[in-house]
Design a protein around this ligand. Sequence first.
Ligand code: PLP
Length: 411
Amino acid sequence: RKRPVDKEQRPINRSLRDVRYEIRGVLAHRAQELQRQGYEITELNIGNPGLFGYRTPETMRLAMIENLGQSEPYCHQKGIFPAREAVVMQQQNRGVLDVTADDVFIGNGVSELIELCLRALLNNGDEVLVPSPDYPLWSASVTLNQARPVYYDCRPENGFQPDPEQVEALLTPRTRAIVLINPNNPTGAVYDRDRLAAIARIAERRGLVVFSDEIYDQMLYGEAPFTPMATLVRDTLCVTLSGLSKIYRACGYRIGWAVFSGKRTDAHDYLQAVELLASLRLCANVPGQWAVQTALGGVQSIQQLTAPGGRLYESRQAIIDGAGQSEFLEVRAPAGAMYAFLRVDTQRLPGFDDQAFALELLEKQHVLIAPGSSFNVPYRDHFRVTTLPTPDEFARVFERIEKVLSAMAAR
Ligand code: PLP
């Protein structure tokens, strides 16, 4: 006779139970089902430039191919020296002078390094300050490591900027770290230097580790200057994360880096723990590492895409225009990154629910977006789109969004 299944006894790691990563969750699975049935789905849910005809700079591909012959062995757990040294030079050019190749770890994307850096730090019951909205991998990784994300608000009415006073008010004796995502995914906000400096002082006073996810650091539309957090943090440990996926349109290369700067005198054990975890996974993908030096040196082709007339710039503009013409939508012009976080007017659509809307838009119009609630916000009236399709495609997308919203309003 079959025994009843005891949910507590299921053979999975219990710490996974509360881990959520909805961007690749139920909606994305439903979209795949529809694709299998032959429908064409417009995927605005994942920041994957290669899916929309963006190419990795050819020089990077050539650098990788040229070095394939020496890419067969494992490399050092921190990554190959030329890649780490190129990251150091980029940091130095930005005014972060006290780092060497020893302070840089290359990982299989920023994703791996987020998990690894949090795992090395956190114990059961620790707290980490995370922005709301966040890129949900941060919350997921904190939870996975038995700690608790405590959200500081980056509210639409404050231009999605963090409020240092609120950050300070949320600190408890269990707070270990603060996460910044700048330029921000999903909102596109680029944080003011003064706010960042105030947060740096709070972290220094309390000895928190500052994690600054700057994977969109050069994806800027000229509205707000970008300040690397590492230029502001001196008296506590700062971990800056970035990589090849977005600026260099090379998501599939799976290459990211973490730079440890600021005060490292008390961080010896932590850095050893990070290195231990890095050596447990042996090394990052070696061929992709050979593209780093080429990527970071020379002309930065992303700037052609983000300047007026460039494709990313024009698509972002198409979203701003589309929202402006909509009866139901509004958006704050994203100053950076490749997303727009749109708000639906709940006066016109009382009871609007972002998840229900996302499902209806997928089923009826075959457009896949990410509901705002996937980004750990307490409100239900936002959704995120990537700015990756062409401006023309956006015109069609907005028509389809408008149809669904109008139908909802008519009910
Ligand atoms: N951090 C942020 C803010 C992101 O938006 C993403 C991807 O969307 C990542 C990290 C993960 O990047 P990677 O491809 O380097 O793992």
